[in-house]
Design a protein around this ligand. Structure first.
Ligand SMILES: [Zn+2]
Length: 277
């Protein structure tokens, strides 16, 4: 009887330990992978409808490639436990203001814009990732780290720029240029389903790893789990400003007045020219 009760207690204790072990392991796994529970990602497939994207005469329609990668990303993120919202889920036109309004209606969300690049020069190629607000840099770093690292294309780096969809959103917002559709090699890759799937998976890995981004200078580096280096970036908001300054050497006074009163608006115009291209 005494032995029996002892055995029972021993059994109960070992069962508890086993359960606790399983629970904490699951917790640790969840923490390191960031399963995304309660995190919303607003995915923005660039262009759509009458807006094909790219440059005139471009063979591969950017709007089709962005939608396909966005839908793949949606599936990958949903499988990781994220709540996903699409600014468009079919071949329709959504205005930039409409895209921003959707993003801003989810205050704790992340905003990921999918684009492909284009240039008149066929040789131009590579992966670029854009952000605007400082709070978006870790997300941009993580996404760029994986997409550029996993792509056969060259790394054109992280860039800060005042694109409308990045500047007007109140949540961490990143725009990925997944390669040049005017580059024959990169266009061939983009037209391959397995490559678009890989792009989606690399972007998703970046989203999941956004909290593991650390500056190389930090001393409080987390001992466990993978760390992602904060990416250096080119600040193109400053470049655009100086170019504008040079081009407006006449009417200096009025130009300066205009700049100081509405700097953001002129920035948008300068940037939006090639943004959705
Ligand atoms: Zn685009």
């Amino acid at each position: 009887m005494l032995i029996n009760s002892y055995r029972h207690r021993l059994f109960a204790a070992s069962l508890l330990i086993a359960l606790l072990g399983t629970f904490s392991m699951a917790q640790a796994k969840r923490a390191s992978q960031d399963s995304g529970s309660a995190t919303t990602v607003v995915i923005d497939a660039g262009h759509g409808g009458y807006d094909r994207g790219g440059i005139p005469g471009q063979q591969v329609a950017e709007k089709d490639m962005t939608l396909d990668v966005a839908q793949r990303l949606k599936r990958v993120l949903a499988a990781s436990g994220y709540r996903v919202v699409m600014t468009r889920d079919s071949d329709v036109f959504v205005s930039l203001g409409g895209r921003v309004a959707i993003a801003n209606s989810y205050p704790n969300a992340l905003f990921v814009c999918i684009h492909f690049n284009s240039a008149k020069r066929m040789g131009a190629g590579g992966i670029e990732t854009y952000f605007y607000s400082r709070e978006s840099l870790p997300l941009a770093s993580a996404i760029h780290y994986y997409v550029a690292g996993g792509a056969p294309s060259s790394n054109r780096g992280v860039r800060r720029r005042g694109y409308y969809v990045l500047r007007k959103t109140n949540i961490p917002a990143v725009l990925v240029e997944c390669g040049f559709l005017t580059n024959p090699t990169e266009a061939a890759y983009a037209q391959t389903a397995s490559y678009r799937q890989k792009l989606a998976e690399e972007i998703a890995t970046g989203v999941r790893g956004r909290n593991s981004v650390t500056s190389a200078l930090t001393t409080t580096r987390v001992a466990t789990g993978e760390t992602i280096p904060l990416q250096p970036y080119v600040d193109q908001t400053k470049v655009a400003k100086s170019e504008r300054h040079r081009s407006k050497r006449s009417h200096k006074k009025s130009a300066r007045k205009k700049r100081s009163s509405k700097p953001a608006e002129s920035k948008t115009k300068a940037a939006s020219k090639d943004q959705e291209g």
